[in-house]
Design a protein around this ligand. Structure first.
Ligand code: UFG
Length: 323
């Protein structure tokens, strides 16, 4: 299929580009390299347009030249904290950009779309594991803008026949050992790379944001899902939509939760290194427990995370990061 990948030079997007190329899809990447890295793109075998997703004339022309049939939309700002202090970056950079992208998509006759969405659309969960019928009540502009994009896709689906899937990631982590792609955010806010940097001596210590939550060890519980499994889910979603399958939102997680303290322990075991921790205050907006119900993904996409142990996620991330 002819697939446009926005944010193809970013963390999940760059893994996806490799997976699409391996599956013999014809890939066009649009990335402005504001957060992504040019060296995360394969040196050949894809088309690349360095442009903002909101640059409608160039994006529309590129889609038409490419004959784009499906869009995988990864390009996004992703920092919850930043979205609270500077929400315009999210309303402009995520929501307005998506409005522009899908305007171009409709004009170019694109039929299928897969959105990188997030567990942040649920806000503070009222039940765990979280299924897709759980109320959506985001508590920050990051989650608000992702939910607004999901709703736009819903309306465009009903009105214009766009078929879409919003894949709500829980905590993406790990790396593809085969292609050696690493997780590189600036600043890095995600737990796994921070813990590994402490193991490598690139950071002095890891601060644990709160150890007085109502969880067995007092630290927050998250559902870490391997980035390569996320890519498999996107491929399954593309096939599902191509077969004429139903549009909608689907959680991507493993269904198992792990605490911050557990992540540190596993990383100590996997790396064999010392990892110093310090206890810090809670981080604003962190729910104590986020774990996905993964039944819909299994039923609709026939997908389950295969690299589901925390051990494997941390090991693969370490293999790439310590290389
Ligand atoms: N944490 C620490 N210390 C750190 C970094 C993180 O204790 O230095 C803790 C956090 O408090 C949290 C857990 O580790 O409990 C995971 O934090 P991350 O920042 O790695 O991930 P989040 O769970 O905050 O974020 C993820 C996605 C977001 C999404 C959010 C939904 O990365 O895109 O879940 O709440 F919005």
């Amino acid at each position: 299929m002819r697939v446009l990948v926005t944010g193809g030079a970013g963390y999940v997007g760059s893994h996806m580009v490799r997976a699409l190329v391996r599956a013999k899809h014809d890939v066009l990447v649009v990335d402005d390299l504001s957060a992504g890295h040019a060296d995360a793109l394969p040196p050949s075998g894809i088309e690349f347009l360095q442009a903002q997703v909101s640059d409608a004339p160039r994006v529309l022309a590129a889609m038409r030249d490419h004959g784009t049939e499906a869009i995988l939309h990864f390009a996004s700002r992703i920092q919850v904290g930043e979205s609270v202090v500077d929400p315009r970056k999210y309303y402009t950079g995520n929501l307005a950009a998506a409005v522009s992208l899908f305007e171009s998509a409709l004009d170019a006759g694109v039929k299928l779309a897969v959105l990188s969405s997030t567990a942040a659309v649920y806000g503070d969960p009222v039940r765990v594991p979280i299924d897709e019928e759980h109320p959506t009540a985001p508590i920050n502009p990051y989650g608000e803008t992702k939910l607004a994009i999901e709703r736009m896709l819903g309306s465009y689906g009903r009105a214009y026949g766009l078929r879409w899937a919003a894949l709500r990631y829980f905590n993406a982590a790990g790396a593809d050992v085969q292609s050696g792609l690493d997780e590189r955010h600036d600043p890095e806010t995600h737990l796994v790379p921070i813990v590994l940097d402490a193991a490598l001596g690139r950071r002095d210590h890891v601060t644990i944001f709160g150890d007085d939550y109502d969880t067995p060890d007092g630290t927050c519980i998250r559902d870490y899902v391997h980035v390569v499994d996320l890519c498999d889910a996107h491929l399954a979603a593309l096939e599902h939509l191509q077969r004429g399958g139903e549009s909608g939102a689907i959680n991507l997680g493993t269904g198992a939760g792990h605490s911050v303290a557990e992540v540190v322990d596993v990383a100590r075991r996997v790396t064999g290194r010392t990892i110093r921790v310090e206890k810090g205050p809670r981080r604003a907006g962190d729910p104590p427990r986020l774990v996905a119900s993964v039944e819909r993904a299994a039923r609709v996409l026939g997908w389950r995370a295969r690299r589901a142990t925390l051990e494997q996620i941390v090991r693969d991330a370490w293999t790439v990061r310590s290389a």
